[in-house]
Design a protein around this ligand. Structure first.
Ligand code: SF4
Length: 364
């Protein structure tokens, strides 16, 4: 199989250029076309010698994801794309527009998948319900981002630009299908390409890795050169409750997870956020709110509360507004920094815990 160019590091692309009889600086030209020029084929790279473009076509693959279905939420601010991979497996990714508020700027965020299915099997999550099929490569992860880069430039498959058009992406979040830290090498490669000046050039603060709490990998991430933002899906303030929602808690209980997050802050200077999806009668009691405040007491972190989305998981219903408000008040009164996040794209099943592989439109 010919190598996928997005799977190659900068130095590997330079080596490829040399192997094909060109100087190494051709790597910069090729990568500039891919990441800045939004080129969709080697043939579009007009300042490369024609013979080199032919050799590139013969020796490697450029893009391999095929968008087969797209859905836009009623408010027009979330777009979900179903991609077919080369082996006919499917993944979903989403683009979300967050309008500016008094305290935050407008954000144009892509949520990418890192695995087909997921081995963690959280029972409330649609991805977890489908089981694990395979890891994505770094290139397959980066290509999801590039697809939305093209769309924001009005060069989408259907020619439609995303609102607001021609404004670059501001953030990439690894919060789609799969547990990113369970596919560490691909994650690391994707972050490098997104962050690098020879790649997309996104700042490390614009990249967020979300995890259910794989402690050794959090510790490893803390030691990487690129200091990305860390979001930890907590969903329970005690091991008893967290064991229900996040089975990996049995392996990495709170007594190990919270110190690992504190270590992340110490090593990187990045304040972790804790995601807490509220499910009715499961983890949204005042007792859990109090326990959460105790757990995080003195830890400079932030809690994002999200009302859980309906998914195929049995017995997991979204928390009702009265319980959400009471939970939040308890946290706020205890001095825990928190936000109630809007769940985005739930009407097109693009919300938290709703992405999954789907049958292709032709039924394959
Ligand atoms: S919530 Fe995340 S880690 Fe858990 S099953 Fe879903 S994708 Fe996997």
């Amino acid at each position: 199989m010919k190598p996928r160019i997005l799977d190659l590091s900068y130095s590997e692309v330079a080596e490829l250029a040399i192997t094909l009889g060109e100087p190494s600086y051709r790597a910069d030209q090729v990568l500039r076309w891919i990441y800045s020029g939004a080129a969709r084929s080697f043939d579009e790279m007009s300042d490369l010698p024609r013979a080199f473009r032919r050799k590139l076509n013969e020796s490697c693959r450029l893009f391999t994801l095929e968008p087969v279905d797209e859905k836009v939420s009623k408010d027009g601010q979330t777009r979900k794309v179903l991609f077919r991979l080369e082996d006919n497996k499917t993944i979903e990714s989403a683009y979300m527009l967050y309008e500016a508020t008094e305290s935050s700027r407008e954000r144009r965020t892509v949520c990418v998948s890192t695995q087909v299915g997921c081995p963690i099997r959280c029972p409330f999550c649609a991805t977890g319900q489908q089981g694990f099929e395979r890891n994505l490569t770094a290139g397959e992860i980066v290509e999801q981002v590039l697809y939305f880069v093209w769309l924001t430039r009005g060069v989408g498959q259907d020619g439609a630009a995303l609102p607001p058009a021609r404004r670059p992406l501001t953030n990439v979040v690894f919060m789609g299908m799969g547990e990113p830290l369970a596919n560490y090498e691909s994650l690391k490669g994707a972050i490098a390409r997104l962050n690098s000046k020879t790649g997309l050039g996104l700042g490390a603060r614009q990249i967020t890795v979300s995890t259910v709490g794989l402690v050794p990998q959090i510790q490893r991430l803390a030691r990487e050169d690129i200091r990305v933002e860390l979001a930890v899906s907590l969903h329970g303030a005690t091991d008893r409750v967290r064991n229900i929602l996040v089975p990996v808690n049995r392996r990495y209980p709170l007594a190990r997870l919270i110190p690992a997050c504190q270590e992340y802050l110490k090593m990187t200077g990045r304040r972790p956020t804790f995601e807490y999806a509220l499910f009715n009668g499961i983890n949204d009691s005042l007792d859990q709110a109090q326990k959460l405040a105790e757990l995080l007491a003195g830890f400079p972190c932030h809690v994002n509360l999200i009302v859980g989305n309906p998914t195929p998981g049995k017995g997991f219903r979204p928390s009702v507004p009265r319980r959400v408000a009471a939970f939040r008040k308890e946290l706020t009164d205890a001095g825990v920094s928190n936000t109630l996040r809007q769940s985005r794209g739930a009407d097109i099943e693009a919300g938290c815990g709703q992405l999954r592989s789907r049958r292709l439109p032709n039924g394959a």
